[in-house]
Design a protein around this ligand. Structure first.
Ligand SMILES: Nc1nc2c(c(=O)[nH]1)N[C@H]1C(S)=C(S)[C@@H](COP(=O)(O)O)O[C@H]1N2
Ligand SMILES: [Mo]
Length: 240
C-alpha cells in the first residue's frame, strides 16, 4: 500500500535521528552534537519516562516513540482562529443536537488535565496540560442515541477523524482551548481542538467545527490516506 509521502519522509528522518542519538548515548563524540544539545536533554527526559508505568498498567512511553519537551506544530489547513467565529455543531445520533459558541463553551464545566501526546511520526510529549470541556460533559448534554458507536471529529476545510465511542468518551478525551496555561496557539488548532490522548495525535482534530455521533464508522482524513483506522500507540497501529 502507498503511504503519504510527507509523513513517510518525516518518519524516516526521525528514525535516522533516533539511531544517531542512540549511538551518541552509547558513549562517545558529544562534540558531534553541535547545536543539538536540546536533543540530548530530550533524550534524558525520555529515558526517565521509559521506566514509568501508567495507571492502566501500560508503559508510559509506547513502543517506537521518543520523548521531546514540547509539541511540534505539524501543520494542516488552518481554520478561523478567532474565538468570536467559533461554532461547534454537536449532531448526528444524539437526542439533543446543539451548536456551541465560544461563550457557551466557556459556560460549561471547565477541566484541566495532564495527558501524554503520541504522534505517529515518532515523538511523544509527556504531561501536556489541557484546559477545556470533557467529551463526557458534552455527551451528557447531547445524549447520544443507542445507535451511536463512533464520534467523527469535524474540522475546518473538511479535515475529520473517527474515534470509537468508548475512546471518544474516555476520561482524558476533551475539547481543549488552552495548553500549558495559555490560549491554544493558532498552529495547534485555536480556538478549540479535540484531544484524544490515548490514540495517535492525528485523531486530535485542530480547528474543530463539529462532533458528529454516528452508528456506522466513517474513516477520516488520514484514515482514508493509509493511516490505521484505530491508531492505538501501544499496538503501533500506525498504518492501515
Ligand atoms: N484540522 C486538522 N487537525 C489536525 C491535523 C490537520 O491537518 N488538520 N493534523 C493532525 C495531525 S497529523 C497531527 S500529528 C496533529 C498535530 O498537532 P500539532 O500540530 O498541535 O502538534 O494534529 C492533527 N489534527
Ligand atoms: Mo501527524
Amino acid at each position: 500500500m502507498k503511504l503519504p509521502d510527507f509523513d513517510r519522509r518525516e518518519l524516516e528522518r526521525l528514525h535516522a535521528r533516533r539511531d544517531f542519538i542512540q549511538k551518541a548515548a552509547a558513549g562517545t563524540v558529544l562534540t558531534a552534537f553541535g547545536g543539538g544539545l536540546y536533543v540530548l536533554l530530550d533524550q534524558l527526559f525520555g529515558n526517565e519516562a521509559l521506566a514509568q508505568t501508567r495507571d492502566d498498567g501500560r508503559e508510559r512511553v509506547p513502543p517506537g516513540q521518543r520523548v521531546i519537551s514540547r509539541l511540534k506544530p505539524m501543520g494542516g489547513e488552518e481554520g478561523d482562529t478567532n474565538p468570536s467565529a467559533f461554532a461547534l455543531r454537536v449532531h448526528g445520533e444524539v437526542e439533543e443536537p446543539f451548536t456551541l459558541d465560544w461563550k457557551g463553551l466557556l459556560a460549561m464545566p471547565q477541566t484541566t488535565r495532564r495527558s501524554d501526546v503520541h504522534c505517529v511520526t515518532g515523538w511523544s510529549v509527556l504531561d501536556a496540560e489541557w484546559t477545556g470541556v470533557t467529551m463526557k460533559a458534552l455527551a451528557e448534554r447531547a445524549r447520544p442515541t443507542k445507535r451511536a458507536r463512533h464520534v467523527i471529529f469535524e474540522a475546518a476545510h473538511g479535515y475529520s477523524a473517527n474515534v470509537p465511542l468508548r475512546e471518544a468518551l474516555g476520561p482524558a478525551a476533551m475539547l481543549a482551548h488552552r495548553l500549558d496555561g495559555k490560549p491554544l496557539a493558532a498552529a495547534h488548532g485555536a480556538p478549540v481542538r479535540g484531544v484524544v490522548p490515548d490514540l495517535y495525535f492525528w485523531k486530535s482534530a485542530k480547528w474543530l467545527t463539529g462532533l458528529r455521533f454516528v452508528s456506522r464508522d466513517e474513516p477520516g482524513y488520514w484514515e482514508r490516506r493509509g493511516y490505521h483506522n484505530h491508531a492505538d500507540p501501544w499496538k503501533e497501529e500506525r498504518y492501515g
